[in-house]
Design a protein around this ligand. Sequence first.
Ligand SMILES: N[C@@H](CCC(=O)N[C@@H](CS)C(=O)NCC(=O)O)C(=O)O
Length: 210
Amino acid sequence: MKLMTYPGACSTADHIALQWTGQPFEIEIMTGETLASPRFRALNPAGMVPVLVDGEYVLTQNIAILAYIGELHPHAGLFGDGSAKQRAEAMRWLALGSTDMHPVFGTFFAPAIFLPEPDQHDALKKAAAIRLREMFERADAQLDGRQWFAGFRSAADAYLYVMLRWADMFPIIDLGGLTHLAAFKRRMEADAGVRAALEAEGLSADLASA
Ligand SMILES: N[C@@H](CCC(=O)N[C@@H](CS)C(=O)NCC(=O)O)C(=O)O
């Protein structure tokens, strides 16, 4: 099984999940150039990571890849203990990261997609930062009294961690006072699987980069 990932991108969440399975896998680190290559576009016409290649099977979209890894390696508990409730909790908190937070970060990475006029980008980012703050506050409240986002270590933690790294890149996104999130980030950065994934992508635990 091979994961195509870009350092610090959303695909790093899938990379962390693969680390947590404890099973062998390969990664291919993508660059701007290789993302645009015909070979990669044949696998994912959207030109985006993550792409998971498992034999002849090619899978895209983070939530599908995380669910697939979770199904193949149930012992890793990426979606809980197999019960409907734990699966739902892992999905619920994964969705806050992947469905709610991630698209809002698009306004920072590629504001022109949303508004072509550059003089409107600051206002766009200001509004996005307020929206992200609300979502991070919800995440912080959920982590009050919990070590892990869903209440047990799951795929949702890997995604939230990537979102926190992204937030660190943009000082306008205020994470001040969100102490449970800060403690969660430190916990993730002490985790052997997270550290291995970061190292393999050429990233450090305490310096955000994507
Ligand atoms: N909905 C997709 C989003 C994937 C996505 O946004 N990938 C970004 C990195 S986080 C990407 O590859 N961007 C490259 C580009 O747009 O050129 C998923 O969940 O897999």
